[in-house]
Design a protein around this ligand. Structure first.
Ligand SMILES: [Fe+2]
Ligand SMILES: [Fe+2]
Length: 263
């Protein structure tokens, strides 16, 4: 089984990248599933039902989120009707939506889990190091092929989480920093790991935002609107091959796919 995962989609340029890149990458790699982190879809802040449907139309089988999950209020009731849109598992009990799902069928089933880290992160969520393992155990009753999007700031928390989950899931991939790390590897237990996938959108920017407005904020400390950048369109992520019988990863490869739109 082959899976493509793409990092945080930023704004309209990010959605344009998904539209252009996903069909191409899916074909190129012969991917069975595409998982996309959509937490910055709506002008950088969260996602709406319309944009979630748009990403799925472009080929996303599951959409994961992060600390921007609740930025757009209209997304809350949508979780009830769309189980393939995940919010982090470790929000308080009773929060709309779910943190895991199993997709596919006919011998190709993939479990996907979304969780949020806690170090230097805003939301005071429950401990992912305690909550994710039992959730994975439940999914393993259906399939050994499981991907976790661990949305967190620090490399240390993400690496520790990857080591905790090694051998229990097929893939642990980080998101949130928008900067792709170069530490892709298969851990000793057979879990494909990358600390951060990067982001999908305009890379001629400061993590997706207009350079001048971010620099101005750092110079003056005055509140400033961060506009979405436009240039340097690129999809960041990974493609992973998994042994369907064991759920162990066979290979992991990083994606940095540049997109040139003609208009
Ligand atoms: Fe993000
Ligand atoms: Fe984030």
């Amino acid at each position: 089984m082959k899976i493509i995962f793409l990092g945080d989609v930023v704004g309209e340029p990010g959605r344009d990248v998904v539209k252009a890149a996903v069909p191409f990458l899916k074909e190129k790699h012969g991917a069975d599933f595409v998982i996309i982190n959509g937490e910055n879809c709506a002008g950088g802040n969260g996602i709406t039902p319309r944009l979630a449907i748009e990403l799925m139309r472009y080929g996303a089988d599951v959409i994961t989120l992060g600390d921007h999950t609740w930025d757009q209020k209209e997304i809350n009731p949508f979780f009830e009707t769309e189980p393939r849109l995940l919010r982090p598992l470790n929000y308080p009990a009773g929060t709309p939506g779910a943190g895991s799902v199993v997709v596919g069928g006919n011998g190709k089933k993939l479990g996907v889990v979304n969780a949020l880290g806690r170090t230097f992160m805003g939301p005071q969520v429950d401990n992912p190091f305690l909550l994710v393992e039992p959730e994975v155990e439940k999914l393993r009753a259906e399939t050994p092929c499981i991907l976790i999007d661990f949305h967190a700031e620090t490399t240390s928390e993400k690496i520790a989480f990857g080591r905790l989950m090694d051998g229990k899931v097929s893939v642990v991939v980080g998101t949130h920093t928008h900067v792709q790390t170069a530490d892709d590897r298969i851990l000793p237990g057979g879990t494909a790991y990358l600390t951060d996938a990067g982001f999908t959108g305009p890379h001629e920017s400061v993590i997706g935002r207009d350079i001048a407005s971010v620099v101005q904020k750092y110079k003056t400390l005055l509140p400033n609107k961060f506009y979405i950048a436009r240039e340097g369109l690129q999809a960041d992520g990974i493609v992973v091959e998994i042994d369907e019988e064991t759920g162990k990863a066979l290979s992991i490869e990083r994606i940095q796919h540049k997109v040139h739109l003609s208009s």
